[in-house]
Design a protein around this ligand. Structure first.
Ligand code: NAP
Length: 242
């Protein structure tokens, strides 16, 4: 019997590394993306050339109707199957000081980072509760723990995500479902592409940016059965930067 994992924003960066890693752990990985079909197909290609299996499932996590339509259609096509690992990874950054922040930059960052968690988690939770097993891992950020200037929108989305992680963990623990967050610092992906790495890495005790694969290893542990006594946690992975 196949075991299914869904990774939102699996087309690039951390989501791609998580998708590859979970496939290597034996999951059939449903790779979600919003628009970059070419990169999503590349993730699937990498999974398959590594001996794993997966499929693509496009939807915008911030569009509640689109999410439920896509997940309902998946359930219809895969009767009797259920998704036991959910990685809420999709996220964007639209930095700027609050004073000059455009409404759309507030709305889109919260819509994808926080509403996206609700939109995707709610429809998948029921089958986890019925099966009495599930692993939900939310990709937060250091920004959501300490708050960063120029990121009121992003800090709010990630801080909200961490709080929702802790709340949901208490709602579903008795049913064998764990809910955890990971809070990366600087990780080398498209999201950090424009940053001055040479300068910023000096602020990191380990003196480097992290690799997506390092985050994926932590997510894979939280997705495994071995992590079964950890829930409601937010684990930092930031090279010692606080
Ligand atoms: P990335 O390289 O920019 O990739 C973003 C991913 O999210 C892409 O797969 C993208 O899909 C997907 N996505 C964006 N909007 C979406 C939407 N509305 N619906 C569905 N998918 C959507 O970002 P990353 O650096 O890997 O970041 C992944 C997560 O880690 C994010 O939540 C981010 O906030 C968090 N994080 C990253 C860092 C870092 O330093 N990189 C640090 C802390 C936290 P398309 O390819 O289709 O656009």
């Amino acid at each position: 019997m196949k075991r299914y994992a869904l990774v939102t924003g699996g087309s690039r960066g951390i989501g791609r590394a998580v998708s590859l890693r979970l496939a290597r752990e034996g999951y059939h990985v449903i790779v979600n993306y919003v628009s970059n079909e070419k990169e999503a197909a590349r993730t699937l290609e990498m999974i398959e050339s590594d001996g794993g299996t997966g499929e693509l499932l496009a939807f915008d996590v911030s569009d509640r109707a689109a999410v439920s339509q896509a997940l309902d259609a998946w359930a219809e096509r895969n009767r009797g199957c259920w998704i036991e690992v959910l990685v809420n990874n999709a996220g964007i950054r639209r930095d700027g000081l609050l004073l000059w922040m455009e409404d759309r930059d507030w709305d889109s960052v919260l819509g994808i980072g926080l509403d996206g968690f609700f939109n995707v988690t709610k429809p998948l939770l029921k089958s986890m509760l019925v099966k009495k097993y599930g692993r939900i891992i939310n990709i937060a950020s250091l920004s959501g723990l300490k708050g960063l200037p120029g990121q009121c929108n992003y800090s709010a989305a990630k801080g909200g995500l961490i709080a929702a992680t802790k709340a949901l963990a208490q709602e579903v623990g008795r049913k064998g479902v764990t809910v955890n967050a990971v809070a990366p610092g600087f990780i080398k992906t498209d999201m950090t592409e424009g940053l001055d790495e040479a300068e910023l890495k000096k602020t990191v005790p380990l003196n480097r940016f992290g690799e997506p694969e390092e985050v994926a290893a932590l997510v894979a542990f939280l997705a495994s059965r071995e992590s079964g006594y950890i829930t409601g946690e937010c684990i930092s992975i930031n090279g010692g930067l606080y």
